[in-house]
Design a binder for this molecule. Structure first.
Ligand code: NAP
Length: 348
């Protein structure tokens, strides 16, 4: 028997789609991703990008406060280590994701801890194959595989992730370690300028490090950065190494000039990478319409339809603009409603 809905991906979009599909009695099957070294290295383990962050302060419904008893009673004991470890106020990314996953499980979601590596959308029911060799037939599919932030690929950058290195100013910028300290933002596009601008609320100075002598960002955004007295643009510069130590985390960066290879150090308590994202769509090449940057295309305005009828997309995999947990969750909900209505309209 084919599955009614197969959901590929396990971030906020995937679990919200699962909660809605499960409550509509569609018994969704979620492929939450495989636990492999490759996925660990590229940041695509189960539970997605949020599972790699620390505090989440902007997801509605989780104000600061001691939520440990709530977590303890909401999550099965095997996940209580997170609560015992953090002992802090509010919600963390991993806790939020485990809560969403548990909510989906509570309503009867089936879960396979594996990647989908091959799809056949030419015939119906659709065929999907996992890394471990499992083959599944699906009447409808929701793709919610997200995107991964690009990093420079430096060992020192990897070492200080979550200890001063971040790829999300909106998520991490307000943390105490960044207050009234100099910060570095790497990149020259709209994201970099926006993040630099946002971080000036907290930082003493924001060094915007760009490898060329001209920003890629739109004129209006570029002008905003140039006019902001708290932003210092470090032109023609590349981060060669993130500097730091075990107790303080990031303490600065070493820059290398793209013009004459000279180097210099900058003090900073944080280094924010804003050099773009890569959507997790490789396994869909040639199967669904994508943008030039390989994001899935929504083909109907205000709906989550893709170029194949019965296949829907939710979250960052189809969104290179908002890229927030709450917007991903919202489109996950939309995709489940779209799938349910499409199945109903076909009598499936
Ligand atoms: P982007 O436009 O692709 O810019 C990426 C930036 O990172 C570029 O400046 C690039 O340098 C730099 N970069 C890439 N790899 C690098 C590396 N290895 N080392 C150093 N620098 C590197 O990405 P984005 O800024 O995330 O924007 C994505 C899309 O969202 C864009 O279409 C953007 O307009 C849109 N967006 C809009 C807004 C807004 O309107 N408010 C806000 C955010 C994003 P080069 O310039 O030298 O290539």
């Amino acid at each position: 028997m084919p599955e009614h809905v197969v959901i590929v991906g396990s971030g906020p979009a995937g679990w919200t789609a699962a909660i809605y599909a499960a409550r509509a009695n569609l018994k969704p099957l979620v492929f939450e991703g495989a636990v492999t070294e490759e996925n660990r290295m590229q940041g695509t383990l189960p539970l997605g990008q949020l599972a790699m962050t620390t505090e989440v302060e902007n997801y509605p419904g989780f104000p600061a406060g001691d939520l440990s008893e709530f977590f303890r009673t909401s999550l099965p004991t095997e996940h209580h280590w997170m609560i015992d470890m953090h002992q802090k106020e509010g919600c963390s990314g991993p806790e939020l994701m485990h809560l969403m996953r548990q909510q989906a499980v509570n309503f009867g979601t089936q879960i396979v801890t594996d990647d989908i590596v091959e799809v056949d959308f030419d015939s119906h029911p659709f065929q999907l194959k996992s890394l471990g060799g499992q083959e599944v037939e699906a009447l409808s599919v929701i793709i919610a595989t997200g995107a991964r932030a690009n990093y420079l690929g430096l060992p020192s950058e990897e070492k200080y992730k979550n200890n001063g290195v971040s790829a999300c100013a909106v998520c991490d910028g307000a943390l105490p370690r960044f207050r009234d300290k100099p910060l570095v933002v790497v990149g020259g596009g709209d994201s970099a300028v926006e993040e630099a601008d946002f971080l000036t609320k907290f930082a003493s100075t924001v060094h915007l490090v760009h490898r060329r002598d001209e920003l890629r960002a739109s004129k209006i955004m570029s002008q905003r950065a140039i006019n902001n007295p708290k932003i210092a643009i470090e032109w023609n510069s590349q981060v060669e190494e993130v500097l730091g130590n075990d107790s303080e985390g990031v303490t600065g960066v070493r820059l290398k000039s793209s013009v004459d290879d000279s180097t210099r150090a900058l003090d900073a308590s944080g280094a924010f990478m804003a050099i773009g994202h890569t959507p997790n769509t490789t396994f869909l090449a040639g199967k669904l319409e994508m943008t030039a940057k390989k994001y899935l295309k929504w083909t109907v305005p205000f709906r989550t339809n893709t170029s194949v009828e019965g296949v829907f997309a939710a979250g960052d995999v189809a969104d290179d603009y908002y890229k927030q947990a709450i917007t991903a969750a919202g489109s996950g909900c939309m995709s489940a409603l779209d799938a349910e209505r499409w199945l109903g309209s076909k009598g499936l």
